[in-house]
Every structure is written in C-alpha cells, then in structure tokens.
Design a protein around this ligand. Structure first.
Ligand code: UD1
Length: 340
C-alpha cells in the first residue's frame, strides 16, 4: 500500500525538502502548491534528486472543491500543512492577506481532513510564539507572548484552532512543530530557498552578498546583551528540519488515541550570534563578506534558542548538520542559482 502524504506548499522551501525525506523514508508525497512563492521547476529538480515524478496539484489552499477532490482521488494517510504566507513585514502591511491564507487556509485543510476521515496533521508553527523569552533555552512549556506581527499571530491562532478542534473530540491527531531558524539547502544544490526581491532573512542576504548581488550586509545592532552584542538565534539545517516532519508522521501513526495535539520545538538547542553565523560562512566557503554594523531592526528578539529534549524523546530525532554544513549548502545553492 502506498503511504500517501499530502504536502501543502510542497514546492516551497521547507516543503520541497520534506518531499525528498518522505520519499527516502518510503512515503509517497503528493504536492499541492499555488506556486505563488515557488517555481514549477522545483518539480523537475525533485525528480533529479529522487528519480521520481511526484503527483502534484496546482491550486489554492482556500479552494475547498480542490481539496475535496484531492482527498477523494487519493487515499491520503496524513497531511503536512506548509501552504502559508511567511513575510513578517508584509504581514504588518497586509494583515488580511495573512489571516485569509494562514488562518482560513488551515480551516479549509482541517475541514477537508475531517470530511475525508484523514487523521494525521503536521502543522508548521514558529518559535515566534515565544516572543522575547524570559528564560533560555525555551521549552514547549515556556509562556507564549503576544504576537508582534499578524504573521506571528496566525501561528498562535493556528495552534489554538487545532487544539480546540482536538478538544472538541473529533478524530484528529496533530503536532505543531515550532521551527527555530531554518537555513541551508539540499546538499545536492538542486533545491533551496528562493527569496523574492530583497531578502529579509539573514542567510539569503549573506549568500546574495557573497554572490555580488548585494553590495554589503548590515548586521542589525551590536549593542544587545550577548557575548559579541549581536542577536542570538538557533539556526537549523533544513534537512534536519525536514527529518523532524517524517518522524512526526511516524509518531502520530503510533499514537493510539485518535484525538491528540502536541507542540514540539525544532531547533538544534544551540544559539549563535549574527557575527558567529557570518564567520562560519566565511570559514567554510573561504569567501570574505562585506558587512557593516547598523542600527537594530524593529521587532527583533534579542536571543532565543530551543530546548530540544522533547523532540529528541518524542520524535526520536536529533540534528545531523552543523552551522558550517548549513552555510556550505546555502552557498552551493546560491552559486547554482546565480550561475557562479
Ligand atoms: C524572522 C521572524 C520570524 C519568522 C522568520 C521566518 C521577526 C522578528 N522574526 O526570524 O518570526 O518565523 O523570520 O522567516 O521578524 N539579520 C541581520 N542582517 C540582515 C538580516 C538579519 O543582522 O540583513 C539578523 C537579525 O537581526 C536576526 C538574525 O539576523 O538577529 C536572523 O534574522 P532573520 O533571518 O530575519 O530571522 P528572524 O528575525 O530570527
């Protein structure tokens, strides 16, 4: 029997890497993507990596009819729901777009799952739910803070929607994975992150600067209460992150109760400063980065990194890639897309 898993947003950055890992672990990923923030060539690139053409549907997560069709065409065992908007700044300017896609989109998915009697759901959440944490490392029991953007709010609301649905007693088993900072790319250089326009995230900005697309990178503040004054984050290789999703599906499958919700941190457990990230990039690639120290960026958290005991125990999972590995793979990918 084919273990069909619907991957919404399966052509996107994290989704595409999850598709590869699912295939490697004997699952059959089926992709739903509207290609609003991804390219159709990803499907060919996935074929290059895995030797397989995955079934894919082009369409909107809000299209109830399409979801019903996907569930009736295929016997789906579980859903990994990525399809969502993720630009923090844009969410402040266009909140409705974010609530519509991320909140209504999740409702559509859950309704279609309940109608199709599909029980297992993995939801993409974010460490943004912790805001500026009071204690480090953050555990899943650390208090949530009011979201500082509509994007962050959609992740908090998403978790609550799933929790409330499970509490209502329906047959739904779900884990929300709280991602820390995903970086890097598939080691083959075939798939990776494709930021539209000027990147706001650190690593795409680093690799674009190294590739000569940007003149220099600005480090947002060096007067934080950290060893070198720059912010601390928990950077996790996207393949390790992808692996956590596969483990999550296996865990849900082994969970006897048909009515279950849990949240799990997915990070490395280690924090690195912005300057350490830049130095790791320079050391592994031998490329000198043109960087300068600039003012703080509004809304940035000073320091955050994960406590990973729960993911280790519950998902039987741990990270395999180092920060240097992530930087090497991010650079390989950048060189590939920049024809360097
Ligand atoms: C951001 C979001 C987070 C979201 C994630 C997804 C905020 C406050 N957080 O995480 O909710 O889930 O993106 O993409 O927006 N930096 C520089 N120079 C740059 C870019 C970044 O110094 O040009 C620094 C930032 O100040 C930060 C670190 O690099 O300290 C990481 O930044 P980034 O990659 O944007 O991720 P987050 O802000 O952690």
């Amino acid at each position: 029997m084919e273990h069909n898993i619907l991957v919404t947003g399966g052509a996107g950055y994290i989704g595409s890497h999850v598709v590869v890992r699912l295939h490697e672990e004997g699952f059959n990923p089926i992709i739903l993507d509207d290609f609003s923030n991804s390219e159709k060539s990803v499907l060919d690139r996935l074929h290059k990596i895995t030797g397989k053409h995955f079934k894919s549907y082009e369409g909107d997560i809000l299209d109830t009819g399409l979801l019903e069709q996907i569930f009736s065409d295929n016997q789906i065992e579980g859903v990994i729901h990525f399809a969502a908007k993720k630009a923090v700044g844009e969410s402040v300017e266009k909140p409705l777009k974010y609530y519509k896609n991320n909140v209504s989109g999740l409702l559509t998915v859950i309704e279609a799952m309940l109608a199709g009697k599909v029980k297992n759901l993995v939801f993409s959440s974010s460490c943004t739910v912790y805001g500026e944490p009071d204690e480090l490392p953050v555990t899943e029991a650390s208090p949530e803070k009011p979201a500082n953007s509509p994007y962050g709010n959609t992740k908090q609301i998403g978790e609550e929607i799933i929790q409330d649905t499970v509490t209502s007693g329906v047959a739904l088993k779900s884990i929300a994975l709280r991602y820390f900072n995903p970086i890097g790319a598939h080691p083959s250089g075939e798939i990776g992150e494709l930021p539209l326009g000027i990147p706001s995230n650190l690593v795409p900005f680093i690799t674009q600067t190294a590739a000569g697309i940007r003149e220099k990178i600005t480090v947002f503040g060096n007067d934080y209460d950290t060893p070198d004054g720059t912010c601390i984050r928990d950077y996790i290789h996207v393949m390790d992150l992808a692996d956590a999703h596969v483990q999550c599906l296996k865990h849900l499958d082994n969970t006897e109760s048909d009515n279950h919700f849990d949240v799990v941190n997915v990070g490395t457990g280690k924090g690195n400063t912005v300057l350490e990230a830049i130095k790791a990039f320079e050391a592994v690639t031998q490329v000198k980065l043109n960087y300068e120290i600039g003012p703080r960026r509004a809304g940035d958290v000073e320091k955050i990194y994960a406590q990973v005991d729960k993911s280790r125990k519950l998902l039987d999972w741990s990270t395999k890639y180092s920060l240097s590995d992530s930087m090497r793979d991010a650079w390989n990918w950048q060189k590939r897309i920049s024809d360097l």
